[in-house]
Ligand binder design. Structure first.
Ligand SMILES: C[S@@+](CC[C@H](N)C(=O)[O-])C[C@H]1O[C@@H](n2cnc3c(N)ncnc32)[C@H](O)[C@@H]1O
Length: 313
C-alpha cells in the first residue's frame, strides 16, 4: 500500500529506490542471510550482544518481505523499469520509475460534457439492473458511505432510499456535477459534498467508511491510478467494510466492444475519449492483491459490471 502512496507522490518520470533488508525466499537462503548478518554484526559488537540485544530487536522491529514479492508489488502499482540495482545477501537496493504520463484526456470537468451525460443517463441499457444489483450487494447495516465520482448523486439517492439513516460523502471534481449534488441534497445534513480530483490521493474524510461505492466513474482514471485508488479505498474502509464498484469495463475483444457501442446506438467516433477501459479480471486481481477478500463480479451486461470486494474484519 505504501508503494501506491509513493507512486502517487512521484512526478511523471520520477524514480523510487529503496535500500532495505529483504527476506530470503527459502529457509535455506534465509539461514545463509542470517549467518552473513551475524558475521557483519560481529565486526562491531560482541557475539553475546548480538544474541541478547540485536537478534531480539531484529525479530521485534523488522518486517522484511521477499525481494521478488516487492518487485511484483512495484510492478503491480504501475512502476516501470522495476529492477534490483544492488544486492548483498539480505541487503538490497531496488525500485522503479513512474512512467511518463501521456496525455490523460478527461473531459469531465467540462460542464457541456457533464450535462450531455445527464441528458442520456437514463437511456444507458441495463444500467438500472446494475444499480439494483449494487443495492442488493450493500451491507444490511450501513452507517457511513463514500461515493466516488458521484455525478448528480443519482446512485447516492438510491442508496439513501434503501438505507435512509446512512451518512454520506459525495465526491466529484466537476463544478456542474457538484452544483447538482448540492441542489439534490440541500438541507440534508447527512450528506457532505466534497470537490476532489480522484487522480490525486484521497483526502482525509474524517474517519473510516463501512461502505464505499462508485458508479461509472473510476474508468476515467489511468490504469495505475485505478490500482492505487483501490489500495487507498482499502485503507479508508473500516475492517469488514465493503467496496461496490458499478463500472464500465473493457470487452474481451474489439468485435465485442463494437457490439457494445452498437447496443448504445453510438459509433467508435462518438466514444468518450476520457474512457480508459480495463477488463474485469485485472481489476478483480488488483482488488485481491491490495488485501480485499470475497472479491467477485456480482453482475455483468456486456461492458457494464459490478465489482464487489470486502475488507477483512
Ligand atoms: C459517467 S459519470 C457517472 C456519475 C454518477 N456516478 C452516475 O452513476 O450517474 C462519471 C462521473 O465521474 C466524475 N469524474 C470523472 N473523472 C473524475 C476525477 N478525476 N475526479 C473526480 N470525479 C471524476 C465525473 O465528473 C462524473 O460525475
Amino acid at each position: 500500500m505504501l508503494y501506491s502512496h509513493i507512486y502517487d507522490a512521484l512526478a511523471s518520470e520520477g524514480v523510487f529506490y529503496n535500500a532495505d533488508i529483504v527476506l530470503g525466499s527459502s529457509d535455506a537462503l534465509q539461514a545463509i542471510y542470517m549467518a552473513e548478518w551475524r558475521a557483519f554484526m560481529q565486526r562491531s559488537v560482541s557475539v553475546e550482544d548480538i544474541d541478547r540485544i540485536w537478534l531480539p530487536r531484529y525479530y521485534a522491529e523488522d518486517r522484511p518481505a521477499e525481494l521478488l514479492n516487492q518487485l511484483a508489488w512495484l510492478t503491480d502499482t504501475g512502476f516501470a523499469d522495476v529492477d534490483v540495482v544492488w544486492k548483498y545477501y539480505n541487503f538490497a537496493v531496488y525500485g522503479g520509475r513512474r512512467p511518463l504520463m501521456t496525455a490523460d484526456v478527461n473531459l469531465w470537468r467540462s460542464p457541456e460534457h457533464a450535462l450531455d451525460y445527464l441528458a442520456r443517463a437514463d437511456t444507458i441499457p441495463h444500467r438500472t439492473e446494475g444499480e439494483a444489483a449494487l443495492l442488493d450487494s450493500l451491507p444490511e447495516r450501513m452507517a457511513r458511505v463514500l461515493d466516488l465520482g458521484s455525478g448528480d448523486g443519482r446512485l447516492l439517492a438510491l442508496i439513501k432510499l434503501a438505507r435512509p439513516h446512512v451518512c454520506a460523502v459525495a465526491v466529484d471534481f466537476s463544478d456542474a456535477m457538484l452544483a447538482r449534488l448540492q441542489a439534490r441534497f440541500v438541507g440534508d445534513e447527512a450528506v457532505a459534498v466534497v470537490s476532489h480530483d480522484l487522480d490525486r490521493t484521497l483526502p482525509d474524510f474524517g474517519g473510516p467508511f463501512d461502505t464505499i461505492v462508485s458508479s461509472f466513474a473510476i474508468h476515467h482514471l489511468a490504469h495505475p491510478r485505478k490500482r492505487s485508488l483501490y489500495a487507498q479505498i482499502f485503507d479508508v474502509l473500516a475492517p469488514g467494510g465493503m467496496f461496490c464498484n458499478l463500472e464500465h469495463v473493457a470487452s474481451a475483444t474489439e468485435a465485442l466492444h463494437h457490439q457494445f457501442l452498437a447496443k448504445l446506438g453510438i459509433t467508435p467516433d462518438d466514444e468518450d475519449p476520457s474512457n480508459k477501459l480495463l477488463d474485469v479480471e485485472t481489476q478483480l486481481t488488483w482488488l485481491c492483491n491490495v488485501g480485499f477478500v470475497d472479491v467477485d463480479c456480482h453482475w455483468k451486461w456486456r461492458e457494464l459490471a459490478l465489482l464487489v470486494a470486502t475488507k477483512p474484519a
